[in-house]
Every structure is written in C-alpha cells, then in structure tokens.
Design a protein around this ligand. Structure first.
Ligand SMILES: [Zn+2]
Length: 426
C-alpha cells in the first residue's frame, strides 16, 4: 500500500519544494561584510528524503568582500547536497545511536524505506551528535555562570542522589589515518597491541531522588526516574553537567542534601565539595571488594572461611561499625606477604573513607549504600554501543555519540528535533 503511494507523496514534496525555491529566489539577499551578497548562480541540488530523492534550484550568493558563499534555502531546510534531509538525518542518527553504523544502514531499509550506506549513518550521527554535544556544553556553561538565574526549585527534594563512576573506552591509535566510516565499528585486526594511553575514561553520573527508589521485592530496588550525565575524560566537566542537570530538574533547593555515591576515586571526592550540603557515601560493593581481595589471599579462593569472614565484615559495615572493623583488621596476622599487602590496602581504604561508610545511617535516611544505578547506566550508555568487540573511537566521535545516547536514554529524544544539525567535515 505505502509503496504505491510513496511516489505520489514524493511528487507532492517536490512541488512544495519548487514553490519554496521560487519564493526564496525573490526574497532579500543575505548580508555579509556589511553589504548584501551577490547572486552567484542558481543550480539544481539533489538530496534524499524519506519518500525518495528530490531536487530544487538553489540560489548561491557570494560576498564581494570576503568571497564567502551561502545557499540560504539549503540552510533553511538543513540540507547538505547529496545528503539526507534534516528529518531523515535525525532518524538515521537515531539508528546509528543504537546500532553500529553498518547495521544501522541495514536497518534503514526496512524501517524507513531508504537505501543508505554506513558512511551516511556516520555522517548523520556526527551532525546531530555535534549539535547535542554543543547544547550540553552550553547548558553546563549557563549554570556554571553565577549570574545565570536558576529555574525554580520550589518543589526541591530534601535529598538527591548523585552516583558517579568511570569506565574505560578504547581509543583509536592515531598513527595512520583510517577511513572514518568504519570508526568504532569494524573489527580492526591490524591494530597494534593497545597500551594504557589508548584508553580514556567515560565518567557517568546518575541523578535520582531517594523517593524514586521503589522496592519491587524485598531488597531489590528499581528506579522510576533518573537523569543520566556523561563525559569523556574530564571530571570537572562531569560535575559541571551534574550541577546543570540538578538545577534544570529543579532538584537543587537551598535545603537539598546532595548524596554523592562513588568508589575510592579521588576525582569524585575532590569535586563533591562543589555541593555545600552533601553526604558522601563510599559504594558498599567497592568496600566489600577490598575485603574479598584480602580474604581470597588469606583463606584461599572459594574457601568457606573466606565467605564466612567477609560476611561478618559486611554485617558490621552495614550496622555502621566501621571503626570496630578497622580495629579488628589491625589485630589480624596475615599468613603471606601478599595477604599482608592486601590487608594493609584494606585498612588504608577503610581508614581513608571511614566517614563515608556510615551505612546504617544512609539506609535509615533512604539514601541507599551502593552505586548499582551508575553501573547499570554504564552498561546502557557505553557498553551496549561503544564497547563492542574491536571498537576504537576517536575523541570527537565518542563525544558526539555519547551526547546522542544520553538524549535517548534520558527520554529526551524529542529535543533532537529542536537541535540544528551541525555541518561537519567529510
Ligand atoms: Zn563577507
């Protein structure tokens, strides 16, 4: 049915475009260097829409001063010659944001009825992703400026939880330039062994209100509403974004306690001081990992005693007895240099973070004790699309794709319609 009418719809679009082009040809000339630009030529331009390829005669203007060229009709329509229309580019960008570029190109045919290649998907993601990334940055800059008025926070919660964590992303080795179309998608058997310098950390924050931790079954919590924030590499930028999103959501009232949950990473605790009224929580599971590392060395992998011993640590920590645990750890006699080392690390970790380990208190206040929310966020934001086998990313490519995935995962894909597609280099 649709296949029968598609040519007719394309025809109608074509007629509308010609009307638009005729009107545009008689409208005022654009300005440049303080004077109207000169009409240079008027040539047909083709591009791809949902209903097929269309074309329109497009006037090109040139500035007699600086030689700059403009084609206002293409700007209005967000069209790049030979490329998808603005609407189609957004749909292709959406596909490229959930599937690898070659796979997204294959999906475009049954879903949208258009035949495109991976390069076209890549380009749509770059154009839309750059727009999304710029928007995020602008929002961060706005709220970081003390002169910017905050949106109303009359209904601000008593507490808001900010769970923060980082995960690594394989970056491209820039020794030789590869075809960009396969960026992050094709397996790359020819890559040299990856060393540490070729990884960057994607830092993610999950923002939610304690009331939204709904108990679906005893001990299991499911989140109803959350806001994700992410950033490639820069911890300051992440916290700028956390701050901006908290203000945007109206969650940052004068009395709101910001509950920061994270692992032992210093970058988290240094920046947490941004929030004057805050509660710092060391993720309980990270705390337990250190206990397990010692127990495995001391009692042996899979030993009953190891399990018994760590269970007792967990119980005491949950009861808020971190100082008792530390005191007990100090009396232990490790049976090998390795377990001595693990024990020292464990004692150091608990001593450093003791103030962030008042787990009984956090439970009582409804803050939770773990950063499980951010770990599942990592899986959705990063792993599901950017950490498939053999994927390597360019800095800018990863940044744009992350910005798009956040729009999608935050349920804000509709914003993509308001973003003006950015022109990117081929
Ligand atoms: Zn000019």
């Amino acid at each position: 049915m649709w296949d029968r009418f598609r040519p007719q719809v394309r025809e109608a679009v074509q007629v509308a475009l010609e009307t638009l082009a005729t009107a545009e040809a008689t409208s005022a000339r654009p300005m440049c260097c303080g004077q109207p630009m000169r009409r240079h030529d008027r040539r047909p331009v083709q591009w791809l829409t949902w209903v097929g390829t269309v074309q329109a005669p497009v006037v090109r203007y040139r500035c007699p001063g600086c030689r700059a060229e403009r084609r206002p009709l293409l700007e209005t329509l967000e069209v790049e010659p030979g490329q998808p229309s603005g609407w189609l580019a957004r749909q292709l960008g959406l596909l490229g944001c959930v599937a690898s570029y070659p796979l997204a190109a294959q999906l475009a045919s049954p879903l949208l009825g258009v035949a495109v290649n991976a390069m076209t998907i890549w380009r749509a993601v770059q154009r839309l992703g750059e727009a999304a990334a710029q928007h995020t940055e602008a929002l961060g800059a706005y709220h970081a400026d003390p002169r910017s008025p905050a949106p109303e926070a009359t209904d601000a919660p008593d507490a808001v939880i900010v769970a923060v964590d980082g995960c690594t992303l394989g970056m491209q080795v820039r020794a030789t330039r590869r075809r960009r179309v396969s960026e992050g998608d094709a397996p790359r058997p020819a890559l040299p062994p990856v060393t540490e310098g070729h990884f960057r950390e994607v830092k993610t924050g999950v923002l939610l209100r304690p009331v939204e931790r709904v108990e679906v079954s005893p001990g299991r919590h499911t989140l109803v509403r959350r806001v994700l924030v992410t950033c490639l590499g820069d911890a300051d930028a992440l916290f700028t974004r956390v701050w901006a999103r908290l203000r945007e959501a109206g969650w940052l009232g004068p009395q709101t306690v910001v509950v920061v949950i994270g692992d032992g990473s210093e970058w988290i605790w240094h920046r947490a001081t941004l929030f004057v009224r805050r509660c710092e929580i060391l993720d309980f599971w990270h705390a337990m990992e250190y206990a397990w590392a010692y127990a495995r060395l001391q009692f042996g992998e899979g030993a009953r005693r190891a399990e018994h011993w760590t269970r007792r640590v967990a119980q005491d920590l949950k009861a808020g007895h971190v100082q008792t645990v530390i005191a007990r750890l100090q009396t232990l006699r490790p049976n090998s240099p390795e377990s001595r080392e693990a024990l020292d690390a464990l004692i150091r970790y608990y001593t450093t973070h003791a103030a962030r380990m008042q787990y009984d208190e956090y439970q009582r206040l409804g803050y939770g004790i773990g950063s499980g929310a951010v770990e599942s966020a990592h899986k959705q934001v990063v792993h599901a699309r950017l950490r498939q086998a053999g994927m390597r990313w360019s800095e800018v490519g990863a940044r744009r794709l992350l910005a798009l995935r956040l729009l999608l995962l935050n349920g804000e894909w509709a914003h993509a319609d308001q973003l003006r597609l950015v022109r990117v280099a081929a």
